[in-house]
Design a protein around this ligand. Structure first.
Ligand code: ADP
Ligand code: MG
Length: 603
């Protein structure tokens, strides 16, 4: 069709545009960073796809060109990238496809107006940042391998149009009609400063043209290639936030250069918080980016195993050819050796932090412990190391945590003592106040308790050091929460005999203990299936345990009759101290938590 079509932005885009255009003023320059980054991404993609489809090959001097037209007040950014089809223009520039942008929009909405400029400065909002400096944006794009070009145009006010266009070569040009108050962005020197500040990592040449004059604005020295001594943590953090769309200060920054049999540079980050937003289609694959001689190759190289997928970063190697293909990536031994080295380095960091800075390590564990435990389940190489890195709740840590709390409560009580002598006529009001105060106090107490219990964890090593004389196994129970587990009758007998039981409350906890099997020769045993151990530990023989007193025989018989085939067996037990009955799994069936999970997933 040759007619122009008009479309409405999705509601999300509308809201984001509003925020971007009206609330963010002082950091407007980052629009250029966003557009140049998109141009570089598109060029990377075309280069990579051309490896398997020769028709998509890049022109010889591929790069990014910025043109200024002062008279017409136009600024354009052109690339030789993969380009966009008509459908892609509508999808990519009319809706918010990327999760990072959506999360950013939410963050922006929840922030105070005065915080917003720094937010956008740090994190970026992608393409829509163009509307901070332009009252109209035209995008002309031609997808590599096609003849058709399309123009997308919008004033950033609720709708955009798409119409047929002309473009000599594949790629994308974005033309900004610069706002009356944004003259500065028509000055070469201003643009060059912005590019050096924000886009120096880009390996493609970025050329600024002003009439006849032209200059290359970027050095293309990838940040990770700079010597450590030339980099500040601030620069690294900024790189982390911007490249990986993160919002926090990294918990760990690992930057090293490997030389010898294998040559690569790695810059990795361990976040200090879980991602705020995980896309529906999120896979378990690591997204660490692979570069070859600075050039971006892929973020699907599985540089790290799935259980380290929270690690963000870049690995840049000299040992692969620039034209490495997907097939080659899957088979080359070089990449496997890099994977090993990088994984080991991350584990070394975790071990050293666990050993030297426990408080900080526990914060890490709170965020990513569940993923580390996935590693016990699916990786045999590092299983023992991961078990060593793992932290668990247990009946003992819970008790210790509780003991530590009264001291806190005391303080609150004493602080209240000041207001004792009240005139009689105020007594009633005071009483009511006391009551609400007491309730509030109880509530905070409860919160403190939960909080402290939440954080009280043990290693397997420490558990073993507390094992009782005759105890042979590491005992655990899995459930949904510490609260539900604290009511579990299965625990009674163990508690009564002072035997520590690990309290496992992550969904993944139903899977890994069996894989691990044992730790330092101590078998891991689920207490819902280890009740015979109790009588052994108590010094009773199994036949004693099995013997049901005569007066109980009657009860057992009538229970059997009442329950019929709902249960496979009814028997007397020594393991209950307070509860009258407990439902237990058959000794060799799947454990109860596993049964619950299987039911939930429809198995
Ligand atoms: P992000 O780059 O994080 O995906 P953006 O808002 O910056 O988010 O861009 C949205 C999408 O628009 C990109 O993912 C890409 O598919 C497309 N896009 C933007 N600019 C270009 C370009 N110059 N060439 C090709 N595609 C582009
Ligand atoms: Mg972008």
């Amino acid at each position: 069709s040759t007619v122009e079509e008009r479309h409405e932005f999705s509601a999300e885009v509308g809201r984001l545009l509003d925020l971007v255009v009206h609330a963010l003023y002082s950091e407007r320059e980052i629009f250029l960073r966003e557009l140049v980054a998109n141009a570089a991404d598109a060029t990377d993609r075309r280069r990579f796809e051309a490896l398997t489809e020769a028709a998509l090959a890049l022109p010889e001097k591929a790069g990014i060109h910025i043109h200024i037209d002062k008279d017409k007040r136009l600024l354009s950014i052109s690339d030789d990238g993969i380009g966009m089809t008509r459908e892609e223009l509508a999808r990519n520039l009319g809706t918010i496809a990327r999760s990072g942008t959506r999360a950013f929009g939410e963050q922006l909405q929840n922030s105070k107006p005065e915080e917003r400029p720094s937010l956008i400065g740090q994190f970026g909002v992608g393409f829509y940042a163009a509307f901070m400096v332009a009252d109209k944006v035209d995008v002309i794009s031609r997808h590599a391998g096609t003849e058709e070009a399309w123009q997308w145009s919008s004033e950033g006010k609720g709708e955009y149009s798409i119409s047929p266009a002309q473009r000599e070569k594949p790629g994308t040009s974005i033309t900004l009609h610069i706002k009356a108050d944004a003259d500065e962005f028509l000055e070469v020197s201003r643009l060059e400063t912005i590019i050096r500040k924000w886009a120096d990592n880009i390996a493609w040449p970025i050329t600024v043209h002003d009439g006849e004059k032209e200059s290359t604005a970027n050095q293309g020295t990838a940040l990770w290639r700079k010597p450590k001594s030339e980099l500040t943590q601030e620069q690294l953090t900024e790189f982390y936030r911007h490249t990986f769309h993160m919002f926090d200060d990294p918990w760990a920054t690992l930057h090293w250069h490997a030389e010898g049999t294998l040559e690569f540079t790695a810059l990795l980050f361990i976040p200090s918080m879980r991602p705020m937003f995980e896309p529906m289609d999120a896979t378990r694959d690591s997204k660490v980016r692979l570069h070859v001689k600075r050039m971006f190759i892929t973020d699907e190289g599985n540089i790290l195993p799935p259980w380290l997928r929270f690690v963000q970063g870049v690995v840049d190697t000299e040992d692969l050819p620039l034209n490495v293909s997907r097939e080659m990536l899957q088979t080359t031994p070089v990449l496997n050796r890099i994977r090993k080295a990088v994984t080991n380095r991350v584990l070394t960091e975790l071990k050293s932090r666990a050993k030297n800075d426990e408080a900080s390590y526990l914060k890490f564990w709170e965020n990513f412990g569940a993923q580390i435990k996935e590693g016990i389940w699916d990786n045999s190489d590092h299983r023992m190391e991961l078990a060593e890195l793992s932290r668990f709740h247990s009946t003992t840590t819970q008790e210790q945590a509780l003991k530590a709390i009264p001291a806190e409560g005391q303080k609150a009580e004493n602080a209240d003592k000041g207001s004792e002598n009240n005139p009689a006529n105020q007594e009633k009001a005071q009483e009511a106040q006391d009551k609400t105060q007491k309730e509030a106090q109880e509530e905070t107490q409860e919160k403190i308790r939960e909080n402290v219990q939440d954080k009280a964890l043990t290693t397997l090593e420490d558990y073993i050091s507390r094992m009782k004389d005759k105890q042979e196994a590491i005992y655990y129970i899995a459930g949904d929460s510490l609260k539900t587990l604290s009511y579990s009758p299965h625990l009674e007998g163990f508690k009564a005999q002072g035997i520590e039981v690990l309290l496992l409350i992550d969904p993944v906890d139903s899977f890994w203990p069996e894989r691990l099997g044992s730790y330092k020769d101590k078998p891991l045993r689920n207490i819902t299936q280890a009740q015979d151990d109790l009588s052994k530990l108590a010094g009773k023989t199994e036949s004693e345990e099995a013997k049901t007193p005569a007066e109980m025989e009657k009860l057992v018989t009538s229970l059997k009759e009442a329950l019929k085939d709902k249960v496979s067996e009814v028997k007397g037990t020594h393991r209950l101290v307070e509860s009258a009955v407990v439902v237990a799994p058959a000794a060799f069936g799947p454990d109860l938590q596993m049964q619950r999970l299987m039911r939930r997933s429809g198995q």
